[in-house]
Design a protein around this ligand. Structure first.
Ligand SMILES: C[S@@+](CC[C@H](N)C(=O)[O-])C[C@H]1O[C@@H](n2cnc3c(N)ncnc32)[C@H](O)[C@@H]1O
Length: 235
């Protein structure tokens, strides 16, 4: 079992409470903004690293006719998501790795026309591979919306965020210190928003827009898939 998986399996039961507390409730607002401003009216949506399902729920609210598929590699997070979304027939969950998405594209064309990934990319060791997987399963011209705590470009803001997590996390979830040490470290060592955009462009996406939702770190990026399923550039 990989250590990222262990971290999330260990905090699945407290993840939602921690998320809302540490972000002062702003995580809900940020997912809502990402879902609502994402695309015109996609019918088939992929929620990558869906965790406990909050982004999938925002997506069905934003697109009343869409089908949403959430994919995540941590069974304990998916179990919470399945319980939480039990009454919502337009959401389905699949266990799988973002760097080897469990969707076939040979002959059948791309299965999704919009994809969202909220706070997932920071955890993927090979972000280029995860981006090419998104490009493979997204229709040409389809949008990928990424909400992430990228590495703050300002060292002062980086230090303040780390201090916030160091002080608050042990109070809010005693005994989960290892998981929140991972969260702090992953924020420090991940790519900046600008570096992520460069990676996305190298993987066949075109930057549509980007917006900082919280000073210097929480960033919402929309990129369009510029490749057809046969690898042709379509922009
Ligand atoms: C910070 S949580 C985000 C969950 C959710 N998207 C949200 O909005 O709260 C990160 C999630 O990414 C998942 N994850 C990390 N690496 C992954 C990978 N390689 N493939 C699939 N899921 C992954 C974890 O299991 C975890 O559920």
């Amino acid at each position: 079992m990989s250590s990222v998986k262990e971290v999330f399996s260990g905090i699945a039961g407290v993840y939602d409470r921690m998320n809302h507390a540490l972000s002062l409730g702003l995580d809900r607002r940020w997912r809502g903004i990402a879902a609502r401003s994402a695309a015109t009216s996609p019918a088939r949506i992929l929620d990558i690293a869906c965790g406990t399902g909050d982004m999938s729920l925002e997506l069905v609210r934003a697109f009343p006719r869409a089908q949403v598929t959430g994919v995540d590699f941590t069974p304990e997070m998916l179990a919470v998501a399945r319980r939480k979304c039990a009454g919502e027939g337009r959401i389905g969950f699949v266990e799988g790795d973002a760097m080897a998405l469990p969707f076939r594209t040979d002959g059948a064309g791309a299965p999704f026309d919009f994809a969202a990934c909220a706070w997932g990319f920071r955890n993927f060791p090979d972000k280029g591979k995860a981006l090419s997987e998104c490009a493979r399963v997204l229709a040409a011209g389809g949008t990928l919306a990424v909400l992430e705590f990228f590495r703050p470009e300002s060292r002062v803001l980086g230090a303040l965020t780390s201090l916030w997590l160091r002080v608050l996390a042990p109070v809010l979830a005693p005994g989960k210190g290892r998981a929140y040490a991972y969260l702090r470290e992953s924020m420090k060592s991940t790519v900046s928003c600008g570096e992520f955009v460069s990676l996305a462009v190298r993987s066949g996406f075109v930057l549509k827009s980007r917006r900082f939702l919280f000073p210097a770190c929480t960033c919402l990026v929309f990129v369009n898939n510029s490749h057809s399923s046969k690898g042709r550039v379509v922009v």
